[in-house]
Design a protein around this ligand. Structure first.
Ligand SMILES: Nc1ncnc2c1ncn2[C@@H]1O[C@H](COP(=O)(O)OP(=O)(O)OP(=O)(O)O)[C@@H](O)[C@H]1O
Ligand SMILES: [Mg+2]
Length: 243
């Protein structure tokens, strides 16, 4: 599970994330939403221990990301919005390399089904420069899944995928949650997010506006309208220029 307490992230004088607390349980998928610059990527990077928090604590599967970083990182995977790959390693060499770093025994048996699940098995011997944008994204996702993380952070996982790729990615996230993974994902594609997330957290200018089960958050902003969707909730919750 994920426990975040009073997380604050400052870049110099600028506060990108202010005093945000929430928890995500195994089996839950939390959608992190908010306008451009709201602090979603900053939050996800702090949760994954990629950048240090300025204040507050993050616990991943019981391990403090700041003080017990190796154990926390073994339990988690972070999928960035801009996948970073090695120019001179093929798809298969990426997987061999990641398996070695994480000490994944018998990784071939895990890698091959993943290559097939994400439909890039036929590209196993290609270099990143020979892959399309969406295929690079899929390779980065497979690399992250190889050590079978229990906690996963996805920053905009659906952007750049084709319609079938989006469906597969949603199915893949939902299946891993059913199997007990704890997942947080950020996306602007609210109608897709609504299909895969059990919970939502709305950020505005670094502050938490609302979080909880999607239906409960929607009810808060529905003004009595039972059919309000997440997009409408988002606009009502974050709209306007007031702080
Ligand atoms: N390395 C950095 N140095 C200084 N400011 C930063 C840095 N990274 C992000 N910021 C600022 O922090 C704020 C939050 O940025 P962040 O990338 O977390 O937003 P986001 O919610 O992910 O936005 P988007 O929807 O555009 O991806 C922005 O005002 C941004 O300019
Ligand atoms: Mg972002």
């Amino acid at each position: 599970m994920i426990e975040v307490t009073a997380l604050t992230k400052r870049y110099g004088q600028f506060t990108a994330v202010k005093d945000v607390s929430f928890a995500v349980q195994p089996g839950e998928v939390l959608g992190l939403v908010g306008p451009n610059g709201a602090g979603k990527t900053s939050t996800l990077r702090c949760l994954a221990g990629i950048i240090p928090a300025s204040a507050g604590t993050v616990r991943i599967a019981g391990h403090d990301v700041a003080t017990d970083a190796v154990a926390a990182k073994r339990a988690l995977a972070f999928f960035p919005d801009e996948p970073r790959l090695f120019d001179y390693l093929t798809v298969r060499q990426h997987l061999n390399f990641v398996a070695r770093i994480y000490g994944v025994a018998g990784h071939e048996g895990i890698a091959q089904p993943l290559l097939e699940e994400f439909e890039i098995a036929d590209k196993a011997d290609q270099l990143p420069g020979e892959l399309s944008r969406g295929m690079k994204q899929k390779l980065a996702i497979i690399c992250g899944l190889l050590h079978e993380p229990r906690v996963m952070f996805f920053d905009e996982p659906l952007t750049g995928l084709d319609p079938l790729g989006i469906r597969r990615m949603k199915d893949s996230i939902a299946r891993r949650a059913r199997e007990g993974a704890t997942i947080v994902l950020s996306s602007h594609l609210l109608h897709l997010l609504e299909e895969v997330c059990s919970h939502v957290l709305i950020l505005k200018r670094g502050e938490k506006i609302a979080d909880g089960r999607i239906a409960d958050v929607a009810a808060r902003f529905s003004n009595g309208d039972p059919n309000v969707n997440l997009e409408e909730v988002f606009i009502r919750a974050t709209g306007g220029s007031e702080t």
